[in-house]
Design a protein around this ligand. Structure first.
Ligand code: ZN
Length: 443
């Protein structure tokens, strides 16, 4: 028998950007089949009614930049050297539920440690674990110059989320290998941090030919490519090489802006990590020098990102959840606030970036991110009006219902409390150096 759910009396934000209005949403067998009067008429008697009076009904959030396998490390050392394969998969499953309980119904996990991403996606799809819909990559491709972890990255092989490719042949072989193992995306770390090179953002560590080797190979096999690009050159080159999504795209110049506008390559700026560090880094002992670097990155990139948006480049919301500064479940909403505050998007525009635009993570294979007929019934019901205050989308006490494919998620069942795992976190000997002066209390 068809299972029918009618969510009624709620203020509906449908993801299209249209003004919200009070209307019903009908779900049948996991899919939205009607809205408004049509929904009321079709509902009939054998229907479960959900009263959303005074609440907002909207698509579940889509986080286009979530590292589900990292488990909130406080440093790259921890991430690269303190993780074990089996346990990484188990903690990822634990964390996936936290993400879903925050009203996030889809995520893109573009790169994972070991092969956790594809395995977790399949476990969720197979009903073994509870979590959002996932689009996943495998290990990120890096040249031997490295990525954002400096010399922690070896010259060859794999460490953590990084797979080092040293030649065109290795690039082609690795892209094919990952696709054989079921990735939805290929991730490339187009920029990296290099000592003694001072530049805006990071250094571009791939040549145009190398980038094209990735996109040609992946596209031939029907798989899109996403790039980490923290500079003007990398953003320009990735767009020209046919990338399908760019993460960050900070520090764009006119040429980069032109390249993304011309190709229409979507961007997930993912400024949440920087914004969190900027606003609350002091509370968690973050390096004060980073605070300024990140403030400059946000403030220095807001204008070009806004111009890209105005030129029709789709912006997606990503939170970089998975680090100590962006724990799972807490910050998936914040990119909307950053878009509103720094890029000047309206709350409605920001919500569209976190819902309808997010559909792109599935490359057209899943209809998500809108409340419209034929779309998968990924729906959240929120107590209050996010158009007045986006932050309520981050307040779990305001989250009344989450439906994933029409199935209601049990928000009343608390996540089991976790305790420390031996060897999993960094355990420093000391937080400062014990000199004579420190011992004598002179410093
Ligand atoms: Zn990331």
């Amino acid at each position: 028998m068809t299972e029918k759910i009618l969510i009624e009396n709620g203020m509906v934000i449908d993801g299209s950007g249209d003004d919200p209005e009070v209307r019903s949403v009908l779900i049948e067998d996991g899919v939205i089949t009607a809205l408004g009067q049509d929904a009321d008429t079709k509902a009939g008697n054998a229907v479960r009614r959900v009263d959303a009076s005074g609440k907002t009904v909207m698509p579940g959030l889509i986080d286009a930049h979530c590292h589900i396998s990292f488990d909130e490390p406080s440093s790259n050392d921890e991430l690269f050297f303190h993780r074990r394969e089996g346990l990484a998969a188990i903690t990822a499953a634990y964390n996936a539920r936290k993400v879903l309980l925050a009203g996030v119904t889809s995520i893109l996990d573009a790169d994972c440690i070991f092969n956790v991403g594809p395995d977790l996606r399949d476990a969720i799809e197979g009903g073994l674990a509870e979590g959002p819909r996932m689009a996943v990559g495998g290990n990120a491709l890096l040249t031997s110059v490295g990525g954002a972890a400096g010399t922690l990255i070896p010259d060859e092989g794999r460490r953590g989320y990084a797979r080092i490719v040293r030649s065109r042949d290795e690039i082609v072989a690795e892209v094919r290998r990952q696709i054989k193992h079921g990735v939805d995306w290929i991730k490339v770390h187009v920029t990296g941090l290099v000592p003694r090179r001072r530049m805006k953002g990071e250094l571009t560590v791939w040549t145009m030919d190398e980038l094209r080797a990735v996109t040609d190979t992946a596209h031939d096999l029907g798989i899109p490519v996403v790039g980490h690009c923290r500079s003007a050159e990398s953003t320009r080159d990735a767009a020209r090489a046919g990338f399908d999504l760019i993460l960050h795209a900070t520090f764009m110049d006119e040429e980069a802006l032109e390249a993304v506008a011309e190709t229409g390559c979507p961007i997930a700026p993912t400024l949440t990590f920087q914004a969190n560090l900027m606003d609350w880094g002091d509370k968690v002992g973050a390096d004060p020098a980073l605070k300024d670097i990140f403030r400059r990155e946000i403030e220095g990139s807001a204008e070009t990102l806004r111009r890209a948006y105005d030129a029709g480049v789709p912006l997606l919301c990503g939170s970089e959840s998975g680090f100590a500064l962006t724990p799972y479940g807490d910050w998936h909403w914040r990119e909307m606030e950053v878009f509103h505050k720094y890029l000047g998007l309206s709350p409605m525009q920001a919500i569209c970036c976190a819902t309808a635009e997010g559909e792109r993570i599935f490359s057209g294979e899943k209809k998500v991110g809108r409340l419209a007929p034929d779309y998968l019934a990924d729906v959240i019901v929120v107590d209050g009006d996010p158009l007045k205050n986006l932050a309520i989308l981050g307040d779990r006490s305001k989250l009344a219902h989450v439906f994933l494919g029409g199935r209601e998620v049990d928000l009343s069942r608390p996540q089991p409390m976790r305790r420390p795992i031996s060897g999993w976190r960094l355990s420093p000997f000391a937080h400062r150096i014990l000199t004579h002066e420190v011992a004598a209390g002179k410093e």
